[in-house]
Design a protein around this ligand. Structure first.
Ligand code: GUN
Ligand code: FE
Length: 424
């Protein structure tokens, strides 16, 4: 049996009471089995975390691992031009090998910055290679092949026949859903309303109900995108998705920058999960999402970095910081405080993927998905009377992540730690 004992840590639990404890965490196989003081289990790995802060691993609810290799090649354009001129041709040029390396590069960056779960939208082809990278790397993921069966501007290589798009998605689902004890799950990914026929969306609705899997799509990101949808369907994005029956608790909607009151009401009433991507929304000049009003109405909002060409390094520290600071000028200093965005980055993400009983906080019986941070560079002496969550949100960087653990496995140790290996 694999076991890890983390000693003398500051633990940001994100449990119901959001307790911050000092003590030890004992992990057996993939789960946290004890949290307490002076634990003395014999463990196959002991980590002396004196002066370190242990947090639940970050959960990013919108990302495109297939775009990691496009970083720097798709700059300074707004959404529709960016997709047409850069992203779609680049996605069309991917092959099996490049998808694998794009995913592996992205996963490496995610683990280095403390992200343990991602909701990943791939491209039309070679999604099997991305699943292979996810399987080999050990990261937790809900991933799927993008579906796009219409659009004059979509390169021929990416435009699919409706039935084929559905069949390929179901084949991948049957191969990968619940792989490795549920660490890997499938999510259907119709790209956005602009590139999907109603027939495709209706099928996705039924398949998501049949297999109990998430649907992951983009909506209401950009003014031109919204105009295209309104021109074609006479409705706004979320209203249209609701008219098809897709707006439900399994739907993850990335962006939602420009929601009207009716769309906000649908999101709240149907339990739709919003993935806020502040870095991408700024980079593509899409706008600033009205997250405070979504939170006021108790809608579900979590965070994602989107693709590397939007954000550049898939770093949740960056997203948390932006999510907080971009709201301050319009809504005041506390509208999106540090604790709110940290909640969105952890337990909020767990709720978005329907796994709040398994991940998103450090609690007995939960999966051991955590990151160990060394925040001492900010202070000459380790000090616990400073709010560590504020410190993480406003000043920490990926360089402060010492280890990232997923499913009880240490996947990343990028700074030297005081560890003792024992054979059992
Ligand atoms: N809308 C449709 N496709 C995409 C994409 O790849 N990235 C972003 N940010 N928005 C999209
Ligand atoms: Fe996206």
């Amino acid at each position: 049996m694999r076991s890890i004992l983390i000693k003398n840590a500051e633990i940001i639990t994100m449990n119901e009471k959001e307790e911050i404890l000092k003590g030890d965490i004992y992990i057996e196989d993939d789960r946290i089995v004890e949290i307490g003081k002076n634990l003395s289990h014999f463990a196959s790995k002991v980590i002396d975390a004196t002066g370190r802060t242990v947090i639940p691993g970050f959960i990013q609810t919108h990302i495109h691992l297939c775009q990691t290799l496009f970083r720097g090649q798709a700059d300074d354009l707004e959404l529709m031009d960016w997709l047409k001129q850069k992203i779609w041709p680049l996605e069309a040029s991917h092959d099996e090998e490049s998808i694998y390396y794009s995913a592996m590069l992205g996963i490496g960056e995610l683990l280095q910055s403390g992200t343990t779960t991602v909701v990943d939208m791939e491209t039309v082809h070679h999604t099997d290679s991305a699943f292979k990278a996810i399987a080999e790397s050990g990261i937790r993921a809900l991933a799927g092949k993008v579906m796009m069966d219409k659009g004059d501007e979509v390169p021929v290589l990416l435009r699919e026949n409706t039935k084929e798009s559905i069949q390929k998605s179901v084949d991948l689902l049957e191969k990968w859903h619940y792989h490795d004890g549920g660490r890997i799950q499938y999510a259907f990914c119709p790209r956005f309303v602009v590139s999907c026929t109603e027939e495709l969306l209706i099928n996705v609705r039924d398949l998501s109900a049949k297999y109990h899997v998430r649907v992951h799509t983009h909506a209401s990101e950009n003014a031109n995108e919204i105009l295209i949808v309104e021109r074609e369907h006479g409705m706004r994005n979320v209203v249209y998705l609701d008219s098809i029956g897709l707006a439900n608790e399994r739907l993850i909607l990335a962006h939602c920058v420009w929601l009207n009151e009716e769309e906000k009401r649908i999101i709240k009433e149907r339990g739709v999960k919003v993935s806020h991507c502040p870095g991408s929304n700024l980079k593509l000049a899409s706008g600033i999402a009205e997250v405070p009003s979504l939170l006021d109405s108790h809608s579900y909002v979590s965070l994602g970095a989107d693709g590397a060409p939007c954000n550049n390094n898939l770093d949740m520290f960056n997203e948390m910081r932006l999510a907080a600071i971009i709201q301050k000028p319009a809504h005041g200093p506390t509208a999106m405080n540090a604790r709110t965005v940290f909640r969105m980055a952890t337990i909020g993400g767990a709720k978005a993927v329907g796994m709040e009983n398994e991940i998103g906080s450090i609690e007995l019986g939960k999966k051991a998905d955590l990151a160990i941070l060394n925040l001492n560079d900010f202070h000459i002496y380790p000090s616990f009377d400073i709010d560590p969550i504020s410190r993480i949100v406003y000043s920490a960087t990926r360089a402060d992540v010492e280890s990232t653990i997923v499913n009880g496995k240490i996947l990343m140790e990028n700074r030297r730690m005081n560890t003792i290996d024992k054979d059992i």
